[in-house]
Design a protein around this ligand. Structure first.
Ligand code: XMP
Length: 526
């Protein structure tokens, strides 16, 4: 994927967010899209070019870890403040804007303001950024440097004890700047402030929804792949690859070749579900590669979690490569890459964002496959992909399904993975899902599954002694999998799950409950 294509906006208008290296940049983009306004993040180096391509109705300059006084502090061409487009600078964005317009910024020395602070909205300020708000509000601050002299034309909109210029503006030029973070939930009415800027000041119509872009996406795929190009896509049955497959299929029909690798680590009836949906209902060209024995053979005798993950990743790539080499006519590789992955990988190649998490996706294929990428979801967040999936008619059982890790049941079958241990785990997992879904409890949960421990304990069934493995019930709520809480289930549901597993599943004679949160635990056990 060339940088050009990675950055090419599919929509015009909306809000352009310049990422000065903020922790919360994606959150700003999300908040704006939740208002029904399209938003894009770009790095400072590409901001001007993106501005020309996107023609945004508003620009937001994010916070960032630098001081404006550092030699390599990120910067922008000052013309971006002179195009008549409303601009909102947040934290570092405020300091950069102030300095660029001739105001003063005070270095922090050892002092930082971090956490909740009260701001007082100036009596004359309501209207504009604080429309509908007055008095004091609790806001979230996280800064070292601060503005100490306003640029010409600016006035104070809000102040706090340590920060006399908590919010400032030059309403005539539609330039606004705030020292706190309106995008985080700790800021009272932060959403309202962003809405005031985006909807009222910039006048963005709140008429964007992910479903609107189906036809645009289909057209873009046709353009990229051309009249005769063919695409190969690894379909996992998860939301992302499924939505990508349906979009590409809509664009090019049978010139899309999907491959589903059965690695033997799938849940009960997962493969049947994929076959019936994509082959029978969507009439896609779906190839199933039966590689269960190969995966289990390679995993034989391996107990260490990272070693297991690495083997699964490597074998997946080998299997996919062998399959793709049989499709010599295919010049394109379809993938369900999402926006958060793109932002992180752009940052990894010279952008400003500091925290970069490493991805552990089994579907991550090597570049030397020498195929051009088709990634129709690369400007969308997960919940937007779900909305797109619904628009495309995918069933809720797929679109709203709980996440399932790339390495599959291997990370829930602790220690060595064998078919002997996978079979009872698969059954127990199906029982957990059936019981929770039958009571409609799943809608409030992030994940709910069974884990098999390589620990045997003594039990008694009928008159006979058993000596079998224990399994664990893991039920968590979460917003984004970065943190998670263990969740209560009603006692009768716990009873049914426990009774059914012990009575119906040969090989498991004990059910335990995991009451650990993340952090310090993780959601999966390996
Ligand atoms: P942990 O166990 O790190 O999991 O708390 C966080 C979320 O990520 C999922 N997960 C994975 N997803 N490939 C994936 O596609 C993986 O290798 C993988 N490992 C964990 C996990 O199910 C949870 O939702």
């Amino acid at each position: 994927m060339s940088e050009q294509q990675a950055d090419e906006p599919t929509v015009q208008g909306g809000v352009l967010i310049v990422d000065f290296g903020a922790q919360y940049c994606q959150l700003i983009a999300r908040r704006i899209r939740e208002m029904g306004v399209y938003s894009r993040i770009t790095v400072p180096e590409r901001a001007k070019r993106m501005c020309e391509a996107l023609r945004p109705r508003a620009i937001i300059l994010s916070g960032g870890p630098n001081s404006v006084y550092e030699e390599d502090a990120p910067t922008l061409p000052t013309e971006m403040l002179e195009m008549g487009i409303p601009v909102l600078g947040i934290c570092y964005g405020m300091q950069w804007m102030t300095r660029a317009l001739g105001g003063g910024v005070q270095g922090a020395g050892d002092e930082r303001e971090y956490g909740r602070t009260e701001i007082m909205i100036e009596a004359g300020a309501p209207g504009g950024l604080f429309e509908g708000l007055d008095g004091s509000r609790t806001v979230w601050m996280s800064h070292g440097d601060s503005v100490d002299r306003l640029p010409t034309g600016f006035e104070v909109l809000a102040r706090s004890e340590p920060c006399p210029f908590a919010a400032i503006a030059d309403p005539e030029r539609k330039l606004y700047a705030i020292q706190f973070h309106p995008e985080v939930t700790h800021t009272q009415d932060g959403e309202r402030m962003l809405q005031n800027f985006v909807l009222n000041i910039a006048g963005c119509p709140p008429d964007w929804s992910p479903g609107d872009i189906v036809e645009q996406k289909v057209e873009a795929i046709r353009q990229l792949v051309g009249e005769t190009g063919e695409v190969v896509l690894g379909l996992s049955g998860g939301v992302d690859s499924s939505v990508a497959a349906v979009l590409i299929h809509r664009a090019i029909g049978k010139r899309l070749h999907c491959v589903f690798v059965d690695n033997g680590l799938l849940r009960e009836r997962e493969r049947d579900g994929v076959e019936s949906l994509f082959r029978d209902d969507y009439h896609m060209d779906l190839h199933i590669v039966d590689a269960g024995e190969r995966f289990l053979g390679e995993l034989s005798g391996v107990e260490e979690p990272e070693a297991k993950r690495k083997i699964i990743g490597r074998v997946f790539v080998d299997v996919f490569r062998e399959f793709a080499s049989g499709l010599e006519h295919c010049g394109f590789l379809g993938q369900g890459t999402l926006y958060p992955d793109v932002i992180e990988s752009v940052a990894a190649h010279g952008g400003s964002t500091q925290t970069i998490k490493s991805h552990h996706n089994v579907g991550g294929l090597p570049e030397d496959l020498d195929l051009e990428l088709v990634e129709p979801l690369r400007d969308l967040f997960k919940d937007e992909v779900r909305a797109l999936g619904r628009e495309l008619g995918l069933p809720s059982s797929l679109v709203d399904r709980q996440p399932f890790p790339g390495p599959g049941l291997a990370v829930r079958c602790l220690g060595e993975v064998t078919e002997e241990r996978l079979a009872p785990l698969r059954r127990a997992d199906a029982i957990v899902r059936q019981e929770i879904e039958a009571r409609g409890l799943h809608e409030a949960l992030w994940q709910y599954f069974a884990v098999s421990l390589p620990v045997r304990s003594v039990g008694v069934m009928g008159d006979a002694r058993t000596y079998e493995n224990a399994c664990v019930l893991r039920v968590v709520s979460s917003d984004d999998a970065m943190t998670a809480d263990w969740e209560y289930l009603p006692v009768d549901v716990l009873q049914r799950i426990s009774n059914r597993i012990i009575n119906e599943v040969k090989g498991l004679n004990r059910v335990c409950l995991d009451i650990s949160s993340k952090p310090p635990s993780t959601i999966e056990w390996e």
